[in-house]
Write a protein that binds this ligand. Structure first.
Ligand code: AMP
Ligand code: ZN
Length: 488
């Protein structure tokens, strides 16, 4: 099916087709691994997952999907430093080697991150590669040399900066977001990786070594400049090295449009001489009470916190996918509860497709009402999940499973397999016989835990939960009680 996507470059919905060999090459800006990712971050990875699964299953293309791990930046360096209060015993002993500490610190959070996204239904086998920035330092240096040789970079006090003024005379700087040049000041340079205002300034490609930081030697223009790369440099290099330029689609949260993505374009053009990719796709924010969820505002939940409150990660996935990726999504517990109910409604319908019914009166469905046409027709236009889901719910109420002919039921099972290749939250199987008997011992511990929770004895409640987990069961809390499930 033809796929159309909103392109942040043209600000329009455009037909999408891969550039070469019928393979889609897609790069997603990945996490900075210095802490637990919050569920606002998760929205951007769920969006990327929705994109890749739609391109594969609806567009029917092969896909190379790359998501980087930012393991070197101001925050990871701070977290892994000798003075860091964020260093945990689980990360091992700190050594005198700062780079080794950085790797141990970031690997710890990378592992947790990968566990989290898998809980949210993202399959690691769908990635072509999940590269670490620190594995591409010499390639980054190569790109900086190219930019320097082409005259768009200069050295100042041991760091290397991108010459925005010179670049903007030759190229359009501000393709993704209108950039305010009115405040442009010659000689004002930005060392920080992120900044808030849309002002044009020379940005850093390579930062000179600071005391206490890991660093790499770097030969440029016959001098050695020990230091480390700027953040934007990381993505430009890994895209080129792993996917080749131009690749097809770049994804990320809307806050990355400027400076991160604008600077990626400028670096690729100034160094490799190529615009990196024709499609830029950005997700809107997940908000809490009208504000972007972010660590700096302190209004964030990690996935783990939500799971500890008894939420099912697949309900969280569904809640986020129920909103279109280009609209702001206001996170609430009521929203997740509504998603859980909607998810169950569809699940019950699927179970019924596997049951024998005496009434088979519906044996034909008009083409324009048939689920594959309506549902995928909406997904194919800029991944419009809410419109597609409204077609799904309309179908479910117009064509009750208990009245469908066996032939239609069989067809629909296949349709749901395809729908679920995108949503990944349903079981396409008969309803399981509920004959798994929970042992009395587990029931007793669960009851003690429920009591402990009522008594606000959280330590005991947590201990009892771990005991149940160790015995192969899990407890799912609900508003009025709990449910016990045997683990797979
Ligand atoms: P970071 O780990 O900070 O580099 O961010 C990882 C991804 O999360 C980026 O694509 C960000 O744009 C995205 N992001 C950060 N905060 C939010 C939010 N509140 N809602 C949606 N996406 C976000
Ligand atoms: Zn990036």
């Amino acid at each position: 099916m033809k796929i159309q996507l909103y392109n942040s470059l043209s600000k329009q919905i455009e037909d999408f087709n891969p550039i070469r060999d019928n393979i889609v090459r897609m790069y997603s800006c990945g996490p900075t691994v210095y802490n637990h990712a919050h569920i606002g971050n998760m929205r951007s990875f769920l969006f990327a997952d929705l994109m890749q699964s739609t391109l594969r299953n609806v567009g029917e293309w092969d896909l190379k999907w790359v998501m980087n791990i930012t393991d070197i930046d101001d925050k990871t360096i701070r977290g892994s430093s000798f003075e860091s209060e964020a260093w945990l015993p689980e990360m091992g002993e700190q050594t005198s080697d700062r780079l080794e500490n950085l790797r141990n610190f970031t690997n710890y959070y990378k592992t947790l991150f990968l566990e989290d996204i898998q809980k949210l239904g993202i399959n690691l086998d769908d990635f072509h590669k999940i590269p670490h920035a620190t594995d591409y330092i010499s390639e980054m240096q190569e790109l900086i040399r190219k930019i320097f040789k082409n005259g768009y970079a200069y050295i100042s006090e041991g760091s290397v900066y991108f010459n925005v003024e010179k670049y903007s005379q030759a190229e359009n700087y501000g393709k993704l977001k209108k950039i305010d040049f009115s405040n442009f000041q010659k000689g004002v340079r930005i060392d920080a990786d992120t900044y808030e205002r849309d002002d044009a300034n020379d940005f850093v490609l390579w930062k000179t070594k600071k005391d206490g930081e890991p660093f790499w030697d770097f030969e440029l223009n016959a001098s050695n400049l020990p230091g480390r790369p700027g953040w934007h440099m990381e993505c430009s290099t890994m895209e080129y090295e792993i996917l080749g330029l131009p690749f097809d689609i770049h994804t990320g949260g809307i806050d990355l449009q400027f400076p991160h993505h604008e600077d990626e374009i400028a670096q690729s053009k100034a160094g490799y001489g190529i615009d990196p990719n024709p499609f830029w796709c950005h997700n809107e924010f997940l908000e809490v009470e009208g504000k972007k969820m972010s660590k700096s505002l302190g209004n964030f939940y990690s996935l783990r916190e939500l799971l500890d409150k008894g939420l099912d990660p697949l309900d969280i996935r569904f809640a986020m996918l129920m909103a279109h990726y280009r609209t702001k999504y206001n996170f609430t517990f009521a929203g997740v509860e509504a998603a859980a109910k909607a998810r169950q409604k569809v699940q019950d319908y699927i179970y019924q497709l596997f049951e024998e019914s005496s009434d088979n009166s519906i044996n034909e469905i008009p083409e324009n009402k048939y689920l594959p046409n309506t549902f995928f027709g909406e997904i194919a236009i800029d991944l419009h999940t809410p419109k597609a889901l409204s077609k799904l719910f309309e179908f479910i109420s117009n064509y009750p499973a208990g009245k469908l002919s066996n032939e239609l039921k069989n067809d629909l099972k296949q349709v749901f397999v395809k729908i679920n290749s995108i949503f990944k939250i349903w079981e396409i199987a008969p309803k399981p016989e509920n004959n798994v008997l929970i042992p009395q011992e587990i029931l007793d511990i669960a009851e003690q835990r429920f009591q402990a929770k009522k008594d606000k004895n959280w330590t005991l409640a947590d201990e009892l939960r771990s005991k149940i987990t160790q015995m192969g069961y899990s407890i799912l809390d609900s508003k009025d009680g709990y449910e016990i499930k045997q683990n797979d």
